[in-house]
Write a protein that binds this ligand. Structure first.
Ligand code: UD1
Length: 425
């Protein structure tokens, strides 16, 4: 397995371009199952999770190919040949977001067989809300040999309330509802930009969705949809990660091709740590001047502070001048990075859903191990800040969600290298 080797304490200076958002691309790929014809998708990040999802689409009989036009890459997808309705264990096991095929398959062909995702490193992550919604829309569900088997005639509109707002749950049920008979109302729905982007694309395809960005989404079912050309929004989590890299090691980065509106909670929190952030919606500069201040952070559904940046901001708090409390309210077991950060000298204590962090003067290098996608990003930030050379193993987690991470960081002054597995003794 590949490793990342980082020689710390080299400040960053330059410009980083942000890639398309993984979490926006995945539901949009799923939406191509809703109708035949060619979709032309732009700004799809080249990531392992995207590859896993396109493999799943190909398994279902979908045609997928890349093309380049005017220096932009496009992913061309046509599900006219849809011939299967199963998401097998081997793919769902690799990526839970595979569950996103459930809604569109039920919507278009009224049947789906999807492996039930198991637990994962950050908690139990159930899909009960996805399933409850489908049942209310008239689907018959049964669990057989680890698979959810779902069947329905044409789904019918329903009033569905999320006990807790679920991002992929909202996306799945929105896709289930667009071709259903009648109107569906999703209450306490997720408001993440990726949910809005999917809804906008579905509307462009001919759906009738209202209330995107609010917690009540209304979907009036239609009979037919059409394929569209669509551009994926920038990855707000990737952008937030690089902003925090400036906090970890200095000095100044320009972050380009973003939608800063999607990062309001993050920018506000980072300003409270003392980082100077200026710019407009598409391009910002982040500068570190002086020591970091400790701040408390609580993760919340959008527009609150994202759980996907919790591990990364913990690195800044480990280096800040005081005491801070980070509370994780979304996932029950998302502190796997704490033990690894401690190996680098961080002073962090976990009490239930909170981590209490006492800032230290500096971190020191050590071999560490990535445990999940965002935890891995936090280890990269810690490695950039630490004195000496930090080796991170199991970096395949990073390849799931950060496009060209080493290249982007090396181009702005980081000393970071990948050791290919066959070179590691
Ligand atoms: C998505 C993101 C992930 C992010 C998370 C929270 C994608 C592909 N992934 O994951 O990066 O960390 O949102 O912002 O977009 N829940 C239930 N029952 C359900 C579904 C969810 O109880 O049926 C709970 C979860 O356990 C969790 C909370 O709801 O406590 C939010 O999870 P959810 O928004 O569903 O996360 P994902 O959509 O899996």
């Amino acid at each position: 397995m590949d490793q990342l080797v980082i020689e710390g304490r080299h400040p960053l200076k330059g410009t980083i371009r942000i890639s398309g958002a993984k979490n926006a691309a995945l539901p949009i790929l799923a939406a191509t199952l809703l109708t035949g014809g060619t979709f032309r998708l732009q700004n799809i990040p080249r990531l392992v999770d995207i590859r896993t999802f396109t493999d799943l689409l190909i398994d279902l009989g979908v045609t997928v190919d890349y093309s380049t036009d005017n220096d932009s890459d496009f992913l061309n997808i046509d599900s006219s040949g849809l011939s299967d309705h199963e998401a097998p264990y081997d793919l769902v096991r690799k990526m839970r977001a595979s569950i996103l095929v459930l809604g569109p398959l039920m919507s278009r062909i009224g049947k789906a067989r999807v492996s039930l995702p198991g637990g994962c490193a950050i908690g139990a992550r159930p899909i009960n809300l996805h399933l409850k919604g489908l049942e209310l829309m008239g689907a018959k569900l049964r669990l057989k040999e680890g698979y959810i088997e779902a069947k329905a005639g044409r789904l019918k509109g329903a009033h569905i309330y999320f006990d807790t707002p679920s991002v992929t749950g909202t996306e799945n049920l929105m896709m289930a509802a667009v071709l259903a008979k009648g109107t569906t109302v999703l209450g306490n729905a997720a408001r993440e930009p990726e949910v809005i982007a999917l809804g906008q694309m579905l509307n462009q395809m001919g759906s009738k969705i209202k209330g995107l960005g609010s917690n009540t989404i209304k979907i009036e079912g239609v009979k037919k949809l059409r394929p569209v050309d669509w551009k994926i929004i920038p990855d707000r989590i990737e952008a937030g990660t690089y902003m925090m890299a400036v906090g970890a090691v200095g000095e100044e980065l320009i972050i380009e091709d973003i939608l800063a509106d999607h990062l309001e909670a993050v920018i506000s929190k980072l300003r409270s740590t003392g980082l100077q952030i200026e710019g407009d919606n598409a391009r910002i500069s982040v500068r570190k001047k002086g020591a970091l201040h400790s701040v408390d952070v609580t993760t919340l559904p959008y527009p609150g502070f994202p759980t996907d940046l919790q591990a990364q901001i913990m690195v800044l708090m480990a280096l800040a001048g005081g005491l801070s409390v980070i509370t994780e309210t979304i996932f029950e077991n998302r502190f796997m990075h704490v033990a690894e950060l401690r190996r680098l000298g961080a002073d962090i204590k976990v009490e239930g859903r909170s981590a209490i962090i006492k800032g230290v003067k500096g971190l020191n290098s050590a071999p560490v191990m990535a445990t999940d996608l965002r935890a891995s990003a936090s280890l990269v930030l810690a490695g950039l800040a630490a004195k000496g050379t930090t080796t991170i193993s199991r970096v395949y987690h990073l390849d799931r969600g950060y496009e060209h991470l080493e290249q982007k960081l090396a181009a702005v002054g980081a000393r970071i290298k990948r050791k290919k597995a066959y070179l590691i003794r």
